[in-house]
Design a protein around this ligand. Structure first.
Ligand code: HXC
Length: 517
């Protein structure tokens, strides 16, 4: 049957009208500002011609204060499914050029429908946020719409990966949808996010602040920890989405995209040993250690500017996707503080939700001492690490590189916290506390009485290390499986990963545990 030309033209006209709502000069201005349009963002995400739009013809009439009727094509959000790197992905993109991308009833309905579709199909959701927030003219309908979107975020949490890109304004309650998603990427120049802006803060509290201080990408990446990545621009944001998706399964019932190599690289890596200083007190960069363990030295660090005393990253080992959780001796000697605990436990939960094995690299002198830490609830926050590791049923492999003291030893996934395999380097020190502190507690009187205090102290420290902190002591008591040379680390982890990919662990039935929040 030949389709009537008029029908074809009518459809083409409708599509063109809905798809090109922005006047050419406004589009040009966006481009000049280094920003893409809502549709261009999705074009960048999806393979050419692979996008099936849902709701292009959705329209909603709204009223200005002058009671003039306005038609809002697509109702200010483009939604649909497409292929990203060969995998089906659901995407929505708020269109600032239509009523400021504000969210009204139909706008919310479209996002919710997309989430429902993605949930049934088991595919990731990527959302571009560029919006003036609740559509003022729609009042409580807009608030209800936000509520419905938040509810979908929660329903689909741990079911399909959710990635938010903030590439424009994201203000007030609207910021909670990205906050409920797994990863938040923010563009450096064109995005800002806040609950109460500088004017409101000034009016209510008298405090002076700026958008740069409270709402910029830098502030959220470094201070608040609300976001996971800064993108230089929209295209870079989409590149980060692709990178992230490369480590994530489409849903919680699937494995992440492992690409296991046929052979496991069991050969020694002598270069890793060059990275470890002779002096146990000297710091080393744990990212360089991760670089030696991960395939091709490649890994994707998450939240790199927030709590840099803890490093979390995705990578592959002989093709198997893993999440690295590592203390960073270069920053605050790798101590666990409130922010590091929040960062680490959240990442562990994300990996567990999406079946990603955990590789933990330990060099931790303990929890961070300080009044602010105690008052800020380091007990509650540090407990998140214990909880997240204890609750994680994915393969858990721990390598104790140097210090593993006290509660922090347990919080970095010791055998008792359910690690499947614990390896230690000969440089490991596993003990209740560091040698100097322990000697001070145990031999205070002897040290006070001695003429040559420093010689005695040195002897006692050496004896303590050999007797109480040596990895062989832990190995003798079955707290670690083996002491290995650092050169063997990648091979040993790789071998263990292959054997643990079939890991199954049953837990007592319950609704959910009660992680200390
Ligand atoms: C309806 C809106 C709108 C909104 C912007 N517009 N925000 N329309 N509802 N919330 C419209 C403008 O009227 C304008 O329409 C167009 O979008 C572009 O806006 P401009 O102001 O010209 O753009 P710009 O100068 O770039 O400023 C962007 C902005 C500003 C900073 C986002 O528009 C703004 O402050 N908007 C209001 C933000 C706000 O207070 N939202 C409510 C937050 S409370 P025309 O027709 O002129 O092009 C909230 C609660 C959520 O969201 C609660 C959830 C639980």
């Amino acid at each position: 049957m030949a389709i009537d030309r008029k029908l074809i033209e009518d459809l083409q006209r409708r599509r063109a009208a809905a798809a090109n709502p922005g006047a050419a000069d406004r589009v040009a201005k966006r481009h000049a500002d280094g920003r893409l349009t809502a549709r261009e963002r999705l074009d960048e995400l999806f393979a050419r011609d692979s996008f099936q739009e849902f709701g292009l013809h959705a329209q909603h009439e709204t009223r200005g204060f002058g009671m003039d009727k306005k038609s809002l094509p697509t109702d200010g959000v483009i939604t649909g499914i497409g292929f990203a790197d060969g995998r089906p992905v659901a995407g929505f993109s708020q269109d600032f050029m239509i009523a400021g991308g504000s969210l009204g009833r139909i706008h919310a309905r479209k996002i919710c429908d997309l989430f429902d579709y993605a949930g049934r199909a088991g595919m990731p959701v990527v959302g571009f946020n560029d919006s003036g927030g609740a559509r003022i003219q729609e009042g409580v309908e807009s608030l209800s719409g936000y509520g419905q979107v938040f509810n979908r975020n929660v329903m689909m949490s741990g079911v399909v990966p959710q990635i938010a890109v903030i590439c424009g304004p994201c203000a007030g309650g609207a910021a909670y949808s990205p906050a409920l998603m797994d990863f938040v990427i923010m563009t450096r120049e064109s995005a800002h996010m806040f609950i109460c802006g500088p004017e409101v803060i000034r009016a209510v509290t008298g405090q002076q602040t700026t958008m740069a201080e409270i709402g910029s990408a830098e502030a959220h990446a470094r201070d608040s920890g609300n976001i996971h990545f800064i993108a230089e621009d929209d295209r870079h944001a989409v590149a980060l989405v692709h990178q992230l998706l490369g480590y994530l399964p489409s849903n919680n019932m699937m494995d992440p995209p492992h690409r296991p190599s046929e052979d496991i690289s069991l050969q020694d890596d002598l270069a890793i040993e060059d990275l470890i200083p002779d002096d146990a007190k000297m710091a080393f960069d744990v990212k360089r250690i991760i670089g030696r363990i991960a395939d091709g030295g490649e890994f994707l660090e998450v939240q790199q500017d927030f709590a840099p005393n803890m490093v979390v990253a995705f990578g592959r080992i002989d093709g198997v996707v893993v999440g690295f959780v590592a203390n960073q001796p270069m920053v605050m000697a790798g101590t666990l503080d409130i922010d590091a605990s929040d960062k680490g436990s959240r990442f562990i939960q994300t990996c567990n939700a999406f079946n990603i094995p955990l590789v933990t690299l330990v060099d931790v002198p303990g929890f961070m001492p300080g009044i602010a830490q105690e008052k800020g609830g380091i007990i509650r926050h540090g407990a998140k690490m214990l909880f997240a590791y204890g609750a994680a049923t994915v393969p858990k492999i721990t390598v104790i590189m140097r210090k593993a003291y006290g509660g922090a030893y347990l919080a970095m996934c010791s055998r008792d916290m359910g690690a499947d395999l614990v390896l230690a380097w000969p440089t490991a020190e596993i003990a209740v506390m560091g040698a100097e502190g322990a000697v001070n507690v145990l031999y205070r009187k002897e040290l006070e009485a001695a003429d040559d205090n420093s010689a005695l102290r040195g002897e006692l420290i050496a004896a303590y290390r050999a007797e109480f902190a040596s990895p062989y002591q832990s190995a003798a008591r079955s707290f670690i499986h083996d002491v290995i040379l650092p050169r063997r680390t990648r091979g040993a982890i790789s071998l263990a990963l292959r054997s643990l990919l079939s890991k199954r662990e049953a837990r007592p039935p319950k609704k959910h545990g009660n992680i200390p929040l």
